[in-house]
Design a protein around this ligand. Structure first.
Ligand SMILES: Cc1ncc(COP(=O)(O)O)c(C=O)c1O
Length: 411
């Protein structure tokens, strides 16, 4: 068992670990000669922060609604925002017209991060016991590797984080159905990310239907993190709501999370939403209204327009697709590279991820994330992320190409 409680969070925070690895090591010169980039400046490929700008109309909408800054955010946001989210979901996932009720099924959240975090607090019982599920502590299922907020949330909720392997052998997604039924009985919540961070794996319709069936069968909440849903290299990834629709329509046990951070390159806007089962949405609403920041009204005005506009999303996706084409050209089949179905990361098997991260920093001033920092391992077990590094393809094409060429040179 891997125990992570609140006191350990600092020591497992991936970017803190990276800082500790590289602290005191002088960065080498990247030697990247690309217009607009200072040649000696370190290169940040470790973090998934988009480098292009959201559409200019965001600033216009914020200015138009500026009188609203003096007001507190509304817990459920504006009807217009909820409707824009429901309409987008219906278009994007080709859902039956009346499936999503914007009043009861949509809740604005600053980002998927906040929604995912607070979901653990509302689904795991406060005393950590899985009431009504037999004896034992409430469990939260987490893919391994994963976005660190899932286990931070489990720790904050006092639940047992159960890390489920999402490696090449399992198609880079966790196989929750293979877990011991006794564990599933005390499961309060399962996180599932598609397209996944870091591997970019996309679950298909049958997999997602099976997951929803499993959650309903054992009565746990399944939280689908779909923040990369709009960044893909082939067909648009299937969504949880499509799977729910195919199963017969209701959203029982299901929550899905979306935001404008990746879709519109606007992580600083802090604008997203949760969609799902009205009961779970109501519970999330109460805790977010109590301990969350809410989404300011001017931000909702800008967000409403962003969910209604697709041209900038298409252009954004094309940038990432171009970067993946560059990665294919530059990397070939080195490091077991394969173009992922979605997301914007490279998950490269370099043999020893920490050593590679250190070498890239020391020799070329390039910061990448060792895969081990996104994975957990029990004492004495090998960390499944140890051979990997994660690289975020967030720069423009010319810079991405130059940076990847340097990565190959150094490694
Ligand atoms: C897998 C995953 N989920 C959620 C988030 C949080 O994104 P946001 O809160 O900006 O929507 C991120 C951010 O990088 C992520 O990689």
């Amino acid at each position: 068992m891997i125990e992570i409680d609140r006191r350990h969070l600092q020591s497992v925070y991936p970017f803190g670990r990276l800082n500790r690895l590289l602290d005191g090591v002088a960065p080498g010169a990247p030697g990247i000669e690309v217009a607009g980039h200072a040649p000696g400046e370190p290169v940040a490929l470790h973090i998934g922060e988009p480098r292009n700008q959201p559409p200019a109309f965001v600033a216009e909408e914020l200015t138009k609604a500026a009188a609203e800054w003096s007001r507190y955010p509304l817990p459920r946001g504006t009807p217009d925002y909820r409707k824009a989210c429901a309409d987008w979901l219906t278009r994007r996932y080709r859902l039956p017209a009346a499936m999503i009720d914007p009043e009861t099924m949509i809740l604005p959240v600053p980002g998927t991060r906040e929604g995912l975090f607070f979901t653990a607090l509302v689904t795991a019982p406060a005393d950590g016991r899985a009431e009504g599920r037999g004896r034992g502590r409430a469990a939260i299922l987490i893919p391994n590797p994963c976005y660190h907020v899932y286990y931070a949330a489990a720790a904050a909720a006092g639940a047992e984080p159960v890390f489920v392997s999402a490696t090449r052998e399992t198609g880079f997604q966790p196989d929750y159905a293979a877990l011991d039924p006794a564990l599933l009985e005390r499961t309060a919540l399962a996180y599932f990310c598609t397209p996944s961070n870091p591997q970019g794996a996309v679950a298909d319709l049958a997999q997602m239907q099976d997951l929803i069936r499993l959650a309903r069968g054992h009565d746990f909440t399944i939280a689908f993190d779909e923040c990369y849903a709009e960044i893909y290299t082939g067909d648009p990834p299937t969504g949880a709501l499509q799977a729910a629709a195919a199963l017969g329509g209701g959203l029982d046990n299901v929550l899905a999370f979306h935001s404008l951070s990746k879709r519109s390159s606007a992580p600083g806007l802090r604008c997203g939403f949760a969609v799902g089962d009205p009961q779970r949405i109501a519970a999330l609403d109460v805790i977010l209204a109590t301990g969350g920041a809410g989404v300011p009204r001017p931000v909702l005005a800008a967000g409403t327009r962003l969910w209604r506009e697709e041209a900038h999303v298409t252009a954004n996706r094309a940038r990432y697709q171009e970067n993946f084409a560059i990665a294919e050209r530059v990397l070939g089949n080195r490091y077991n590279f394969r173009k992922p179905a979605g997301g914007f990361f490279l998950w490269l098997d370099v043999g020893d991820g920490e050593a590679a991260a250190l070498a890239l920093w020391r020799e070329a001033g390039i910061r990448v994330l060792p895969g081990a920092y996104m994975c957990q391992s029990a004492d004495g077990e090998e960390n499944p992320g140890a051979p990997y590094i994660r690289i975020a393809l967030i720069y423009d094409a010319a810079f991405t190409e130059a940076a990847l060429r340097r990565v190959v040179e150094v490694l």
